[in-house]
Design a protein around this ligand. Sequence first.
Ligand code: AMP
Length: 273
Amino acid sequence: MKIVNSVAELDDGCTFVPTMGALHAGHASLFTAARSQSDFVVASIFVNPLQFENSKDLELYPRTPERDIEIARDSGATHLWLPQQSEIYPDNFTKRFAGPIGEIFEGSHRVGHFDGVVTVVSRLFDLLRPTKAIFGEKDFQQLFLIRKLAKSSYKDLEIIAAPTVRESDGLALSSRNIRLNKTDREAATVIFKALVAAKNSQTLEEARRVIFEISSQEPLFKLDYAEIINEGNFAIATQSTLKQRAIIAGWLNGVRLIDNMEMNLSSETPGAR
Ligand code: AMP
């Protein structure tokens, strides 16, 4: 694996996996998926200041550069791009806006977050000019907004979604998990439990109810939002005919965790026919 600091050292046409580092098996699965598509896989690590709402969260974001290099190399990246801030954000860079879907759910709790995400991703795409780019379903609203960005501004770029990698007890892998102490880590399983209970429900109504019920059974978990949305437009799901997804976010002792799961729920009340 070749490590580069400047995009000038990279050709066009790679399969691209952008990250913010503190890599784990979730990121590794993206590199492996990328390598199965192409022999030219560029991973990037750039902790994007624009997508952090406050400087404390940016400061606390974990940084594990040596382990990152090992994980990227061992799981299929052929190139690791470690850009300087001045390469991504020269004085004249154009800020992008995520639009209305960037302001709901995750966006309403982290003002400006998705504007920062679409801005950095468009800068990375403009500089690198990949053929394909892979993003995790773990950040489902982000994936939706990047698909929208690609549709409007990068028509030849293929966006590939990769499934969420989880711990054995269901907790979605996240760079933030290392900030959880033992008690918080155990409490964090409530998120997966709530999603599974929703998936096992019959109707949208029941699923919404059980998600709230189960999340409230864990006193350490402070729920921010839980909803079932249509995958195609992020509107609140009311029909069983469209692809549905439950999304959930909350706090555990100052650490923000998000997750989501595909649903297949009926819009009817059982026995109401
Ligand atoms: P991040 O470094 O958190 O910005 O994430 C970089 C990429 O890895 C994004 O496309 C994420 O959606 C993806 N990712 C993060 N966690 C996971 C996970 N547990 N499983 C699969 N992909 C993930």
